[in-house]
Ligand binder design. Structure first.
Ligand code: E4P
Length: 216
């Protein structure tokens, strides 16, 4: 399973790179706004350090606007993927961009029908939001499972990114059911690293080692 970093923060991305967990990056307008810097500069800086796909979201909602924005955004880096919200115009744009050989990620996917249409339109990735579904008492992981099943029935090349990840269990479950990619915020990586028994074990090893050293 590939790990993308769900962040526009350069330090967060660098930390993930050090762990080999930055096969790509997903950003969105909220994540970009959080950085409080120039949009283009943020993306240029990310593209300098990440070899894999850097997903950048369009803000236009009309077909012509999405295409215009996308044509501009792809100039910012050779690994830019255009992230497009799941709408009728969005799907039209995905089809057109696919013809132009521009990679797309259809975002804000909340059910398998939306994912099916996105894949048929030629999306490179679909981004179902697991956490936001869980937040409203729907099982987000069931949606990922459904999408994977449907895509494998027809050998769709479109990859499934488990997004809106809130905790380590989301990552594990996504891995269990075979999501192609999981896009993870930094706090979840930290949670995955830690275990109280690991800390206790390290402390005990050190204490035992010191005891022997003192006896020498
Ligand atoms: C996906 O690419 C989105 O950036 C992200 O996963 C949204 O997550 P959130 O629901 O935590 O905002």
């Amino acid at each position: 399973m590939k790990f993308f970093v769900d962040s526009a923060n350069l330090e967060v991305i660098k930390n993930a790179l050090e762990l080999g967990l930055a096969d790509g990056v997903t950003t969105n307008p909220t994540l970009i706004a959080k950085e409080g810097k120039d949009f283009k500069k943020i993306i240029n800086d990310i593209c300098k350090i990440v070899d894999g796909p850097v997903n950048v979201e369009v803000l236009s909602m009309d077909f012509e606007g999405i295409i215009k924005e996308s044509r501009e955004l792809v100039k910012w880096g050779s690994n830019i993927v255009i992230k497009i919200p799941m709408t009728r115009n969005g799907l039209r744009a995905v089809k057109k961009l696919n013809e132009l050989k521009i990679k797309t990620n259809v975002t804000l996917i909340f059910n398998a029908s939306q994912a099916l249409l996105a894949a048929r339109a030629g999306a490179t990735y679909v981004c179902p939001f697991v956490g936001r579904l869980d937040d409203i008492s729907h099982n987000g992981m069931d949606v990922i499972h459904d999408i994977l099943h449907i895509f494998s029935n027809y050998d769709f090349e479109c990859e499934v990114i488990a997004a809106s990840i809130r905790n380590p269990l989301h990552v594990l479950e996504a891995a269990r059911i075979g999501a192609d990619i999981v896009t993870v915020p930094s706090n979840v990586i930290e949670q995955m690293i830690l275990h109280p028994l690991t800390d206790i074990g390290i402390k005990k090893f050190n204490e035992d080692w010191k005891k022997v050293q003192n006896e020498k």
